[in-house]
Design a protein around this ligand. Structure first.
Ligand SMILES: [Cu+2]
Length: 784
């Protein structure tokens, strides 16, 4: 086993150098500190003489088996076999069949269906059983009106009582749990057909593309192809048609940043690919009615060539260049738990305990890690905390970027989770968990080490104070559960933080490659600055929606709005009236007021409270929803590309009644149906009471990405950062860190003002090499 080596030179006790008052330690701390060596050998020891052990995972057994387990391979196979049984009448074609076509019915995805909250609570809080169901997505090209439909299949295991039912109960859109086939996922079958269309369109004009773009396309698997195409998302509005624009980029590394100036529109409506066709062309901002018209114009010498994408792509490399900065040959600081981990993980049940916190985790293909039954000191704070979707809306002076509105849930955020890089993505000694889900190839898959768990210093003490008679500070710590997903060009990092004071945080960061615009000087930077030879940044907004299902003590919670208002007041103790602020406290009574903006200057506080449970001071116990850094939402509220599909991203905070029929603010298949989504979020807000009911807060993190040259090669997580806090608000009778032993209290005692340094028996381990500056001696003194 690997250990880290640290010099053993201990805290040097140089009490002789201190004048009276004579400091003393309490007995437990004094003995430890006296075991030190007698001299300080310098800041950096090159001769390790001791080692701090690698913290071991501390075992814990979850109180109950995790009710959110992904499907096993046997379960997936049994569901697939059951669906293929002619008795079901589905006329399914096996996806491995050599003759499968777009007009066949076949399975796209068999995943586990998220169980209802009501069932999970009866299991967690009593002896209920959580029924197990599969969520099945079928591509049904063989129907008279071809569709993609979502169904539940269960209960599992398969038995005579197993049924297949449309999941209409959890989808409130106009078509229920289905969409018209043309708006469905682009699976390998459809991609092959699109590839043929592209080949048929572009190979005949290879002389044109070689001239104007200095690249050509002959099919994705043809080695002569130096060009690559993409599809605009959304590729439909309601599924009646699938018409989209394709950009063309140089084939090779990170094509997102090698765009050309050419865009072609395609119509791929319906299951008969022979009817698919190319439509308009845009090149150098000139619009041509057809590829043929474009080709004729070029032949006639009427097309003005713009720069092809740069062939020198050195700017995209992230290998180290340049000389090393002074002292940067040393390893960067990191967080280490030298005294052993303070959190416990039941890896089997995906259950965690940390300094009063307990929770379960779930993982799925759509969004990755999610949190359930989050409790602090035994009391439930949230039933669920989970990412719902991560979307990005683009802008640009071309039909592709102008029409791009990604919903990454569609591409599988959990499926895009990556194996984390120890020491870089996560601190050394972090604990790791696998993320398990069912792939769209009907395989049960575990992404190794896609979640890391570690405790970190919050960077400040959590509390401190000094006055003439004592000085106190308490260490600030939090547990972080981290996941990173690389969805195409972008890398998203999500941190879920659990603080020692009862605060929960969600942080989102982004890195990876921007999806660049083709650089046009006449754009004058209106959609982003030029960032390399032939590319410009692209103005876009990221929004990530999270579900925070509060159950403060129990499910009966209320939403309170505390506004800071300013008014002119007259008081007998002042001669003149004057302006002063006060609270205006009100309940948000119904869902009609549940879609909320953040008033300017932070002059409103939103709290979820339980009015039936007050603290010692008679205040309803609550948690504050505290927007942190960059809680932005979509700038456009009526863009056609997110008309109804992205309603969750149009206000910073929304609070609705919890219903098992409203489990998510988005849907995996929402991407291509902005006019006919499966989930239409604003329909959740239909006048129901929000007073002492089961409430769900839907909150957004985000970033308007003001792209810059520093996005090349990779966007920086320092600035591409957004967060939110859920913080106790009169939850306790007092603040919740008074029991922490990782605190110091220094005070004077007796007539001689003898200084007492109370560290509650918690000391740096002997392997930690401390210097004289780290001594507590003399920090606090009392003037005589
Ligand atoms: Cu961005």
């Amino acid at each position: 086993m690997k250990s880290i080596y640290l010099a053993t030179v201990l805290l040097v006790l140089v009490s002789a150098t201190f004048a009276a008052p004579n400091p003393r330690y309490n007995p437990t701390t004094r003995e430890k500190r006296r075991r030190g060596s007698s001299s300080w050998s310098g800041r950096r020891s090159l001769q390790p003489r001791d080692s701090c052990p690698v913290p071991e995972d501390v075992a814990v057994v979850a109180p109950k088996a995790n009710p959110f387990v992904s499907l096993s391979q046997d379960e997936i196979d049994s569901v697939a076999m059951w669906l293929h049984d002619p008795a079901q009448g589905l006329n399914l074609t096996n996806t491995s069949s050599a003759t499968i076509s777009l007009s066949d019915n076949y399975i796209w995805h068999v995943d586990v269906l998220k169980p209802n909250k009501s069932d999970v609570l009866s299991y967690l809080d009593a002896s209920g059983v959580v029924p197990r169901y599969a969520r099945v997505t079928l591509i049904e090209g063989g129907r008279e009106v071809p569709i993609v439909g979502e169904y539940s299949v269960g209960p599992l295991p398969i038995s005579n009582s197993t049924r297949k039912e449309a999941l209409d109960n959890i989808y409130n859109g106009p078509n229920g749990a289905k969409l018209l086939w043309s708006a469905g996922p682009v699976d390998s079958l459809r991609r092959a057909a699109i590839d043929s269309l592209m080949n048929a369109t572009l190979a005949p004009i290879a002389d044109l593309t070689n001239d104007l773009l200095e690249m050509a396309f002959y099919g994705s698997s043809d080695s002569r192809s130096t060009m690559i195409y993409f599809m605009q998302s959304p590729a439909s509005t309601d599924g009646e048609k699938s018409v989209f624009w394709s950009p063309f980029r140089r084939n090779g590394m990170e094509p997102w940043d090698q765009p050309s100036d050419l865009y072609i529109q395609f119509d791929i409506t319906g299951t008969d690919a022979s009817q698919w066709r190319s439509m308009k062309v845009v090149y150098n901002l000139e619009v041509y009615d057809s590829v043929q018209a474009f080709y004729s114009a070029w032949k006639a010498g009427n097309v003005t060539k713009t720069s092809p994408p740069a062939t020198n792509i050195e700017f995209l490399y992230k290998n180290k260049t340049g000389s090393t900065r002074e002292l940067e040959d040393r390893m960067a600081p990191t967080v280490l738990s030298l005294d052993g981990n303070r959190f416990k993980v039941d890896k089997e049940e995906q259950y965690i305990e940390y300094l009063g916190w307990t929770f379960y985790m779930r993982f799925d293909y759509d969004v990755g890690v999610q949190f359930y039954d989050i409790r602090f000191r035994g009391e439930r704070i949230m039933y669920e905390l989970s990412l719902q979707d991560a979307i990005a809306q683009y802008a640009g002076n071309n039909p592709f970027q102008a029409g791009t509105a990604y919903m990454d849930r569609f591409y599988g955020i959990g499926a895009a989770s990556v194996r984390l890089i120890p020491g870089y993505d996560c601190p050394y000694h972090a604990a790791y968990l696998n993320g398990s889900y069912a792939t769209t190839n009907q395989e049960s898959y575990s992404q190794i080490n896609s979640i890391c768990i570690f405790e970190t210093d919050i960077g400040t003490p959590i509390t401190r104070h000094m006055n003439p008679v004592w000085s106190q500070a308490t260490k600030g710590s939090k547990l972080i559960v981290r996941m990173i997903a690389t969805v195409g060009n972008y890398d998203y990092l999500w941190d879920y933080g659990f603080y020692v004071d009862g605060t929960i945080s969600v942080d989102a960061h982004a890195s990876g490659y921007i999806q660049a615009n083709y650089y046009r000087p006449d754009d004058e930077g209106r959609w982003g600055p030029r960032v390399a030879e032939t590319i410009a940044g692209t103005l876009h907004t990221h929004v990530m929606n999270f579900k925070a299902d509060f159950d403060l003590v129990d499910e009966k919670n209320s939403l309170v709005k505390t506004e800071i208002v300013v008014e002119n007041v007259t008081q007998p103790w002042f001669d003149e009236s004057f302006e002063m602020m006060r609270y205006n406290i009100s309940d948000v009574e119904t869902e009609d007021d549940g879609l909320m903006d953040l008033p300017a200057n932070g002059q409103t506080m939103f709290t979820v409270v339980n009015k039936d449970h007050t603290n010692k001071w008679g205040q309803p116990r609550g948690y504050r929803i505290l927007p942190g850094l960059s809680n932005v939402v979509l700038a456009s509220k009526s863009s056609p590309f997110f008309r109804k599909s992205g309603q969750f991203a149009k206000q910073p905070i929304a609070v609705s009644r919890q219903h098992d029929s409203e489990p998510a603010s988005s849907a995996t298949l929402n991407q291509n149906v902005p006019d006919a989504p499966l989930v239409e979020f604003w329909k959740f807000f239909n006048g129901e009471s929000l007073v002492q009911e089961d409430l769900v807060a839907w909150v957004n993190l985000g970033m308007h990405h003001y792209t810059r040259s520093e996005d090349i090669p990779n966007t920086l997580m320092s600035e591409a950062h957004s967060n939110i806090f859920f913080a106790p608000q009169n939850w306790g009778d007092t603040e919740l860190t008074k029991d922490l032993a990782n605190s110091v209290m220094m005070y004077a005692e007796g007539a001689d003002n003898e200084i007492v340094i109370e560290t509650n028996g918690v000391e740096p381990p002997s392997c930690l090499n401390l210097g004289p500056e780290d001594s507590l001696l003399g920090v606090f003194t009392v003037s005589e």
